[in-house]
Ligand binder design. Structure first.
Ligand code: C2E
Ligand code: MG
Ligand code: MG
Ligand code: MG
Length: 286
């Protein structure tokens, strides 16, 4: 890549090799050791069931504690992991870590479904279903202890292959969620075939829901569409009570966002977790 433009006379200048892309290249090559050297950590963000008024699930979101560059957000390295082929190892690490945490929480009477994000690359063969099956046996967990969140665009990249992988996971009883709904170009005909359980409305439609009439129309009709397809609906990016109440009124099943809680370390999650206090707080807004 960096060699393009080399034919230009004597001056060898690689415009792409600026500081930023050098950083990208070095991060890419460091990902493998990051996974092996314990530099990755999962943060957990609760999903609130609006009908039962309780936390039923947590989304597991990866962060990278880089020895030199500090804390790196997933949007800055997941694409690199996808391009460099490290994503499979990362996904396996994430599912394993999430299920290990699930076992620990069960001992503390915290019974939440673990929702892990997967990428398009994870869906192109059947290694993922086989790996998941092995882990579920290893940890002796019910299959619905795990939910996999996959974006619309990941499913649409190779719809046939994705369908095979998703069907295997579904037959095992693993729950499946379509993430960032509304941001990709998906064919409803393809989507209809997928054995999905949940649809997540992207936060770009939710963040301003209380002030934007277009968002209101989009969110309302997406909830209706999902329910007509027998999918449960999660709205992500809920940052205030007014939005939460609006979503309840629209019949949305589940809410996730900073208003409920930010993604947290295990330690902060344990400090935060207090089912009785939580119900009180939520019902204050009714
Ligand atoms: P996502 O799966 O759509 O995750 C939701 C993102 O929205 C998270 O960002 C979360 O912190 C953020 N968020 C949640 N509530 C709010 C809110 O109220 N307001 C705002 N402004 N943001 C909110 P995060 O953790 O930075 O993750 C970004 C994306 O990175 C995720 O989007 C997911 O696509 C990807 N990702 C994260 N962890 C993994 C992983 O382990 N594997 C893969 N393949 N992708 C991951
Ligand atoms: Mg997600
Ligand atoms: Mg999302
Ligand atoms: Mg997203």
């Amino acid at each position: 890549h960096a060699c393009k433009g080399k034919h230009v006379h004597h001056v060898v200048y690689y415009p792409q090799l600026n500081k930023h892309s050098l950083l990208r290249l070095s991060l890419m090559s460091e990902l493998r050791s990051a996974i092996n050297d314990d530099q990755l950590e999962l943060f957990y963000q609760p999903k609130l069931d609006l009908i039962q008024q309780k936390i039923v699930s947590v989304e597991c979101l990866v962060r990278w504690h880089h020895p030199e560059h500090g804390f790196i957000q997933p949007d800055d390295f997941i694409p690199l992991a996808e391009q460099s082929g490290h994503i499979r190892a990362l996904t396996e690490w994430a599912i394993d870590t999430a299920l290990k945490q699930k076992k620990l929480w069960l001992k503390q009477d915290i019974d939440v479904q673990m929702a892990v994000n997967i990428s398009a690359v994870d869906l192109i063969d059947l290694k993922l279903p086989a790996y998941v099956a092995q882990l579920m046996t290893h940890y002796a967990l019910q299959p619905n202890a795990l939910k996999l969140e996959v974006t619309e665009s990941a499913v649409m990249a190779e719809p046939e292959q994705a369908l095979r992988a998703l069907c295997m996971l579904n037959q095992m009883g693993i729950k499946l969620s379509i993430d960032d709904f509304g941001t990709g170009f998906s064919s409803m005909a393809q989507l209809k075939k997928m054995p999905l359980d949940e649809l997540k409305i992207d936060k770009s439609f939710v963040l301003d829901l209380n002030h934007d009439e277009d968002d209101e129309v989009i969110v309302k009709s997406t909830i209706e569409l999902a329910h007509n397809l027998s999918l449960s609906v999660v709205a992500e990016g809920v940052e205030d009570l007014a939005t939460l109440n609006k979503l309840s009124a629209f019949g949305c099943d589940t809410a996730q966002g900073y208003f409920i809680a930010k993604p947290m370390t295990v330690q902060s999650f344990n400090d935060w977790w207090d089912p009785i206090e939580l119900i009180k707080q939520i019902s204050q807004g009714e």
